[in-house]
Design a protein around this ligand. Sequence first.
Ligand SMILES: Nc1nc2c(ncn2[C@@H]2O[C@H](COP(=O)(O)OP(=O)(O)OP(=O)(O)O)[C@@H](O)[C@H]2O)c(=O)[nH]1
Ligand SMILES: [Mg+2]
Length: 422
Amino acid sequence: MFIDKVSIFLAGGRGGDGCISFRREKYVPYGGPNGGNGGKGGDIYFEGDLHKTTLLDLSYKPKFNAPNGKQGLSSNKFGGYGKDLIIKIPLGTLIFKNDELFADIKIVGERILVVKGGRGGRGNASFKTGKHTAPRIAEKGEPGETAEVNLELRLIADVGFVGLPNAGKSTLLSQISAAKPKIADYPFTTLTPSLGVVNYNGKHFVAADIPGIIEGAHEGKGLGFEFLRHIRRTKVLVHLIDVSGFDDKDPYENYKVINNELKKYSKHLTKKHIVIALNKVDLSEAQKHIKKFKKHLKTKKLFEVSAATGEGIGALLEETAKMLEKPIPFNPEEEIEIIPIKKYVYEPEFKVNIDKNGIFVVTGTKVEKLTEMTKFGENEALRRYQNILKKMGLEIELEKMGAKHGDAVRIADFKFTFEKAS
Ligand SMILES: Nc1nc2c(ncn2[C@@H]2O[C@H](COP(=O)(O)OP(=O)(O)OP(=O)(O)O)[C@@H](O)[C@H]2O)c(=O)[nH]1
Ligand SMILES: [Mg+2]
């Protein structure tokens, strides 16, 4: 199965907790603090993999967690690191992190760090100062970064085949490359795109066969526009037209239908080099239709081919290879990079709101992180926590918001009562 869009949730590993420990040696009555730091949590990377062609395996697993760091130990031993998690994805995958384009994997082995593991909490050895020689403070590990990630695969092809269903696109691809797409005499045989490597006189290029487009594709008719994204990176389009009189339709009308749909999809598509190929010339009605077709398009180069017998294919490939070397008025890569502008919003260190139960709820990355990393069981840790919050101005802000002695306050999962030092 071909899956070209998935949404997954990534969570970096949590850092290991810091350790509280004191040196105990014979004949040394008061050994110093020797609690080591926790280890860092694992990061999560994406890596471009040549052998992957779909995002199918990721669609089975909507959540990835990198391993946590280990706890710090006594004797100043650091906790072990959480191992990094590397997720392999196909080349041509766009990565959207929290709805913004984050990266575009195009090279084999290219690795992108997507979410970071949390740092390890500091052990009590780190809190030792000249004044404070025996601290009973250690931090908990920092939680790993989390993100909602959307992956979108856009095949990396040089040439794309477009046309109505049944025009012979898959037949052409199988004729000029080793690819074996399904071919049949009914419309919508091709349901998912396939790629083939074409070797023409020592020049190589990748061609993409996509499902047929019909009138109204832009409104979702047929298979809709779903697969056109796979030809967005191409430089050349080969527009294949059935001139055998199939379905009693005028081939020129069919040609206009496709052009119109391409234009509706994106103005860039029609700026690519478009090579027009009139297919199925081996069939008896073909010459009659070709004559009519040529009257409408006198100035354009038209290639008469038979994807089935191979007739005229040489000339078509020669033109395609020539066009691949000609510049186009825009960079096909640019078209995909409609990068949403990052919004940098000023965020105060914390915010205080009163919820419906009258609890003062304090929010903000810094205060929440500090709360999550504090081991509240230790008096000293609690004192340090209170001091930091006080320096940030939380006490003043709570008072401003009307907090009285004994009122409930909550930061992340930690609840306490407001105590006014008077
Ligand atoms: N006689 C003749 N038949 C052809 C030629 N090219 C394709 N066909 C036939 O036309 C039918 C459709 O061909 P496909 O290659 O499946 O067409 P497609 O454009 O990929 O069609 P969809 O995948 O449905 O969009 C098949 O029965 C082919 O054998 C040709 O040059 N001559
Ligand atoms: Mg096909």
